[in-house]
Write a protein that binds this ligand. Structure first.
Ligand SMILES: [Ca+2]
Length: 407
């Protein structure tokens, strides 16, 4: 009888689900109802894609708190409640509590602006309140191309709403250099032991992208370094001949989302191929498959490699999206202002034009909720007030910051 009632419950919504494999466990409809790009690919466990929406979803009110900003890439809250933002063209600004951008902070190094390149993520050092140290990533112009680099500096705010960077140090360079303008990643996330996770891309083109599987290459990896840029001594490949010791995990495509969960563990979301964005919890030394094992298809519609979605010695994504959301920033919600979201991941969607809320059950996704915002979302952060702040962008290069609260 149970099985029959599930079938009946699903038949009402089946017209929108014909193109995707589903496990008929819940009568709730998934948020995603669009046609899959790889309709014949099967998830390897329940709720690995198109998880049902939660039974009750909060009504969300939005308010623009800053507008007319340059094209932003990342945002962090400073301890005094103001926001520190990176502008993709190569500037940093402090946004006042009234929503006004201060003058550009001086001392930002030159970035390779163009395509997906520019000034990328920023993270405050765990001891920022006393040290003033920040870390940021950027597409670095180099002699024979460019690559993602990470710098540290001391942020010295002034009394005019601006400031300067002092003691600038480029602490890490993704190698090899490549002459392209795509798939730089990146996100910077500090772990609980002062270790810095750096997520990058594999530079997209067919020739470099296979290096995501190569431990001698820094393309398509998560790195784990100390604040001076050195490999953490307990990294998985420090004793492997020829491997880059900074590598934490391999087989990634282009990770533009990363955050810690409530237990201090790293989670990432990468831009996949067409129909292959994926959520992972990267673990030491593990291989996440790209470009040999993946969901989705090439942009041309042809299969990626041999079209394999599962393989021994590679990790299945915790979750994947087909069609893609095009993930940007990501945050773990531990606030009280929106109780329904407690313990969920909040993910910005460039293509899905809103915030994706992933409700977890242990290390699996139980429910996926969408908050449409009618704008490409470039970053998502939880504010000191427990509200959620989303950075929007337009193709023409203007950003706003929107505050999400429970209506
Ligand atoms: Ca993968």
């Amino acid at each position: 009888m149970k099985r029959l009632s599930l079938l009946l419950a699903c038949s009402a919504i089946s017209s929108t689900l014909i193109s995707t494999p589903t496990f008929a466990q819940s009568a709730s409809q998934p948020a995603e109802t669009g046609r899959a790009n790889a309709p014949n690919q099967k998830p390897s466990f329940e709720n690995q894609t198109r998880a049902p929406q939660p039974a009750s979803m909060p009504k969300i009110a939005t308010e623009v708190v800053a507008e007319g900003l340059p094209h932003l890439w990342a945002m962090e809250f400073l301890p005094d409640g103001r926001m520190l933002v990176t502008a993709k063209k190569g500037a940093m600004h402090i946004i006042s509590e009234e929503g006004e951008a201060g003058p550009p902070i001086t001392g930002v190094p030159k970035v390779a602006f163009g395509g997906q390149g520019g000034l990328l993520d920023v993270a405050l050092a765990p001891d920022y309140a006393t040290s003033g140290m920040i870390f940021f990533s950027y597409a670095e112009p180099r002699d024979d191309g460019n690559g993602t680099s990470v710098a540290s500096a001391r942020l010295v705010p002034d009394d005019k709403g601006g400031g300067k960077l002092e003691n600038l140090n480029v602490i890490f360079r993704q190698m090899p250099t490549y002459d392209g303008n795509k798939h730089f990643g990146s996100r910077l996330v500090f772990g609980p032991n002062n270790e810095l996770y750096v997520t990058v891309g594999e530079r997209s083109d067919r020739q470099p992208r296979v290096q995501a599987q190569d431990l001698a290459s820094g393309l398509g990896k998560v790195f784990r370094i100390d604040t001076s840029g050195k490999a953490m001594p307990d990294n998985p490949f420090v004793s492997t001949e020829g491997a880059q010791p900074e590598i934490w995990s391999l087989g990634h495509r282009n990770m533009q989302s990363a955050t810690l969960d409530g237990q201090g563990r790293l989670w990432t979301i990468e831009h996949g191929p067409k129909g292959g964005d994926e959520l992972n919890r990267p673990q030491a030394g593990k291989n996440y498959g790209w470009p040999e094992v993946t969901y989705g298809v090439e942009y041309s519609g042809s299969k990626v490699g041999d079209g394999i979605t599962q393989k021994a010695q590679t990790e299945q994504p915790v979750y994947y999206w087909d069609p893609v959301i095009a993930p940007s920033g990501m945050a773990f919600y531990d606030g009280d202002a929106i109780p329904e979201w407690k313990g969920a991941f909040l993910v910005g969607g460039l293509v899905s034009q809103g915030v994706v809320v992933l409700h977890m059950d242990g290390d699996r996704v139980a429910h996926e909720e969408r908050v449409p915002l009618d704008a490409r979302i470039r970053d998502v952060k939880v504010g000191p007030d427990g509200a959620v702040y989303a950075v929007t962008e337009t193709r023409s290069g203007v950003s706003t910051i929107v505050r999400l609260t429970k209506a």
